[in-house]
Write a protein that binds this ligand. Structure first.
Ligand code: HEM
Length: 390
């Protein structure tokens, strides 16, 4: 099972002792090549001729006919647009998304977000003072990235609960080990929201309008929005939760933030290195080749263990320790690398820095009552709650 990505000492030790490339079988017995070393993960990500991104969004549990029929009834189609697009259309679509997420547009959201986070932290602190437990996931992580994204891409009246449910359903449908019944439920949920997106893609302003104006067909506009609504907010919600949880266990870092000896940006970077929300990412080999001395046949699924690459002792001085600013801290691959490198990285960093700066004093004064639970998933960490009290 995939939970074994984190806990499988065998794969991990083999990878460390060996050349950083290990053959592993998934829950269905399908073989993948697991790559752990930083240098090799980077090599794969930055060589699109030998390793294409086509399989990035493939369902790891193939979707059976009954669930495919449900998707088809909702006119669900997911043509290559961004992360899984190795075609000539990719740079143009990417450029329009990058424009919507331009650093100046991201920076313009900072004050608004700071105010919102400040209000939330004040309310959470009052609840804690009154002796009540609070859920930092629900209070500070779940909806904030979506609210910011909605402003940037001009998503009207973002139906927060519907988008969150859809996004989590999509992450489960495409990246989790699943039974057929569950696949049908998820297909219904994903399909329904896809219809809403189709309407927005046809009539919406902002990014939808600029994709249409550039001549992209409706399926491509829907596909790009579909990916953004998942990748552009769920990942950051997860990261905020992972980072807050980690920081509660790092009193020295919290004290440093408080007395100004530790910078917020360095904390975010070390958080991305040690607690990336995207644990693995996939590529597929286009030809017979060699990777770190291991033979790779054309068509092999390559699973890049981004989380492990961030803890490679060849790159980082103290790989397992949370030491903001240490050598190699910024060289993580949490955002990927090369032509498909995350285009929302500055947005994610801004959101995380804003939350960390505002919530650090609160984190120093709480204890964890219930740690997040993570469902089994090849790629995403999907925390459900982070319950804390005094
Ligand atoms: C902590 C939060 C995030 C993490 C860890 C993350 C990570 C990643 C990773 C690993 C990739 C694949 C990179 C590759 O193939 O080399 C990716 C791609 C992408 N991400 Fe993010 N991401 C985050 C937040 C965001 C946000 C906030 C947005 C937008 C609002 C976003 C939009 C995208 C897009 C559009 C792509 C596809 C880029 C392309 O194919 O050209 N991501 N991200």
């Amino acid at each position: 099972m995939f939970r074994s990505w984190e806990s499988a000492p065998a794969a991990h030790d083999d990878a460390r002792a060996g050349n950083g490339v290990t053959r592993v079988a998934d829950h269905l017995g399908v073989e993948h090549l697991l790559v752990t070393r930083h240098a090799l993960v980077r090599q794969v990500l930055t060589d699109p001729r030998t390793y294409r991104p086509d399989n990035a969004l493939d369902a790891v549990t193939p979707i059976p006919v009954a669930a495919l029929r449900i998707l088809a009834r909702h006119r669900f189609r997911l043509p290559p647009t961004l992360a899984n697009n190795g075609e000539a259309s990719h740079p143009g679509i990417r450029a329009l998304v990058a424009e919507a997420l331009h650093p100046s547009r991201v920076a313009a959201q900072r004050d608004w977000l700071t105010e919102l986070v400040r209000q939330r932290v004040t309310r959470l602190t009052a609840d804690l003072d009154a002796g009540a437990p609070v859920d930092l996931y629900a209070g500070l992580a779940a909806d904030l990235p979506l609210l910011v994204l909605a402003r940037l891409i001009e998503l009207p009246d973002a139906p927060v609960t519907a988008v969150k449910d859809f996004a989590r359903a999509a992450l489960e449908l495409f990246w989790a080990p699943l039974e057929a019944d569950r696949q049908q439920q998820l297909a219904t949920e994903v399909g329904r929201f896809h219809l809403v997106l189709r309407e927005f893609a046809a009539t919406g302003g902002g990014l939808a309008a600029s994709l249409r104006a550039a001549g992209h067909p409706p399926d491509v506009v829907v596909g790009a929005l579909f990916f953004l609504l998942v990748a552009g907010q769920e990942t950051t919600s997860q990261f905020l939760t992972l980072l807050m949880h980690r920081l509660i266990g790092e009193p020295t870092v919290l004290a440093g933030l408080r007395n100004g000896s530790v910078g917020v940006a360095e904390v975010v970077e070390e958080g991305l290195r040690l607690e990336p929300p995207i644990v693995t990412w996939r590529r597929v080999s286009t030809m017979d080749t060699l990777l770190g001395g291991t033979a790779v046949a054309a068509g092999t699924s390559i699973v890049l263990w981004l989380a492990r690459a961030g803890r490679d002792s060849a790159v980082v001085d103290a790989p397992e320790q949370f030491l903001p600013g240490q050598r190699g801290s910024r060289r993580h691959l949490a955002f990927g690398a090369g032509a498909h490198r995350c285009v929302g990285d500055q947005l994610a960093r801004m959101e995380a820095a804003t939350v960390v700066a505002e919530v650090a004093p609160l984190l120093a004064e709480v204890r964890v009552l219930r740690a997040p639970w993570y469902p089994d998933n090849l790629t995403f960490r999907m925390p459900d709650t982070l319950l804390v009290g005094r």
